[in-house]
Design a protein around this ligand. Structure first.
Ligand code: ADP
Ligand code: MG
Length: 494
């Protein structure tokens, strides 16, 4: 009996020991995988690092490239395009004007009533999303679609909106892709960005294309100004605040524009404008420098994009790409460290499935058990049963990607301030330098915005940073285009 018991004990002990071995084995395997996942995260974090010194180098490189781009066409990856806007709104503009804002994900049609000193006295708009197939179709299809929406908007308006007899309606066209302007109301498309690729439009005058489409709709309208969203935002910002010197867009894509002294533009061969100033559209999304912290994920994202080798800055700081970078890192963790179990979740293989608004929602999740992260992973990537630890890693990853983007955009702004000599405290007591900022990323991604603002302070130091103000210019690009249509109206005296 005693023997049997002893034997059973031994067998029991052996079995228990075997179970323990399996468990330990699994545990070791699991912790090995966990360790590997954390190693991937850590390595990514190191490669994304943006210490102050690096950011200063990026800011300096931005300034250098600005000079090179102003010196000659093709002198830099920064196109530094001349906008032909040499008279920003004064605040005296009056009348009814329209704007059409084609930027990225959506386009907007606006009707703006300008009341002179009273500013914008009325404004209505409609927003329509661009069907993805039109982003890679033909120019005819895209412009017809836009013109049809414009036509609908105009035809549905009340009798109150009348232009004076003998005049046509006037439109400011915000077209936020690189354009070589030939006048304030004409310009040829250089290339597409932000997921658009309509080959037959490249090299064409986009105003002529729009005009033809408007005529096909039977609409009688003048296109008075062609601007991009940064130039529009600058104009809109300046209309309400005289201290606005630059505008930055952080939305689907990213770009910046600023007011330059006309004499500081060697490649400008026209007459010096009366104002002595010219707005430059930097097309800063195409900025590139050896100082940019790029990772294997950025290289593969770029290689697989519609515009490889282009828009390097945009691909690491703007809304179209941040979520996709997160997806790429998660994919590697899933594949090499079984981060989500023994198979790679199939949805995780789909490019651009994780959008930046979802990334931002996860990043901002303040619940103790990270419920938002849990839900997003389940709904978007069909990954269920995630542990709290896994969700914490996802948040950390979002933080790394957003932090790098926000800090680099702050460095870009410092580059502009340097170019203007406004990065030191020499420009007069009480002088304010205002950056008009717009775009869905800046507006909605709070952590990104906070990080950008803190980094500006860090880079400029206390005294100077008090003089630099980032002002959210809500929908400045549309209003700005309408204002520029007004300040360049066909019907202005003289
Ligand atoms: P566009 O740049 O297309 O003219 P917006 O300025 O409205 O349009 O920006 C839209 C972009 O802003 C989206 O593509 C997305 O990347 C980003 N975005 C929108 N909402 C959020 C959000 N809640 N959090 C983070 N990013 C957002
Ligand atoms: Mg926009």
């Amino acid at each position: 009996m005693g023997k049997v018991v002893a034997c059973a004990t031994v067998i029991g002990a052996t079995a228990a020991c075997a179970v323990a071995t399996v468990l330990i084995h699994r545990y070791v395997k699991k912790s090995k995988r966990w360790g590997k996942a954390i190693a991937i995260l850590k390595e990514f974090e190191e490669k994304c690092a943006t210490p102050t010194l690096k950011l200063k180098q990026v800011a300096d490189a931005m300034t250098v490239e600005m000079h090179a781009g102003l010196a000659s066409d093709g002198g830099s990856k920064l196109k530094m395009l001349i906008s032909f806007v040499d008279n920003l709104p004064t605040g005296n503009e009056e009348g009814l004007f329209y704007a059409l804002d084609l930027g990225g994900t959506n386009f907007r049609v606006l009707r703006v009533q300008l009341g002179g000193k009273d500013g914008v006295v009325g404004q209505e708009f409609t927003e329509v999303s661009i069907p993805p197939n039109l982003m890679v179709g033909t120019s005819h299809e895209l412009f017809d679609y836009i013109a049809a929406e414009l036509s609908k908007f105009v035809n549905e308006e009340s009798e109150d909106f009348k232009v004076p007899p003998g005049r046509k309606r006037e439109l400011g066209f915000t077209f936020s892709f690189p354009v070589k302007q030939t006048s304030i109301s004409s310009g040829d498309l250089i290339n597409w960005t932000k997921g658009f690729k309509i080959d037959d439009a490249v090299g064409q005058d986009v105003v002529a294309e729009l005009r033809k489409a408007i005529e096909r709709q039977g609409l009688d309208m003048n296109i008075t100004a062609l601007v991009n969203d940064t130039v529009g935002t600058l104009a809109g910002g300046r209309h309400t605040n005289k201290d606005v010197i630059a505008a930055v867009i952080l939305g689907t894509g990213t770009n910046a524009a600023y007011v330059e002294s006309a004499q500081a533009i060697p490649k400008w061969h026209g007459d010096l404008p009366k104002s002595g100033e010219m707005v430059i559209n930097m097309e800063w999304g195409n900025f590139r420098s050896s100082h940019l912290p790029l990772t294997e994920y950025d290289y593969s994202l770029d290689a697989e994009s519609l515009n490889p080798g282009e828009q390097t800055f945009e691909k690491i700081i703007s809304g179209m790409y941040l979520g996709e970078i997160v997806r790429r890192v998660l994919y590697k963790m899933a594949e090499e460290a079984w981060f989500f179990g023994e198979t790679v979740p199939s949805k995780l293989k789909v490019p651009f499935i994780l959008r930046t608004p979802d990334m931002s929602a996860m990043h901002h999740d303040s619940s103790a058990d990270l419920n938002v992260v849990k839900t997003k992973l389940k709904e978007i990537l069909e990954i269920s049963d995630t542990s709290l630890e896994v969700r914490k890693v996802v948040v950390a990853l979002c933080n790394i990607v957003a932090t790098r983007g926000a800090r680099l955009s702050a460095a870009g702004i410092v580059g502009i301030l340097k170019k203007l000599g406004k990065d030191t405290i020499t420009n007069g007591e009480g002088q304010k330098n205002v950056i008009a900022m717009d775009g869905g990323l800046y507006e909605h991604y709070t952590e990104y915005r906070k990080c950008l603002e803190n980094t500006l302070k860090e880079l400029l130091g206390e005294g100077v940073s008090d003089s630099v103000i980032v002002e959210h210019s809500n929908d400045g690009s549309g209003t700005g285009a309408a204002l520029l249509a007004a300040s360049h109206s066909f019907y202005l005296d003289g």
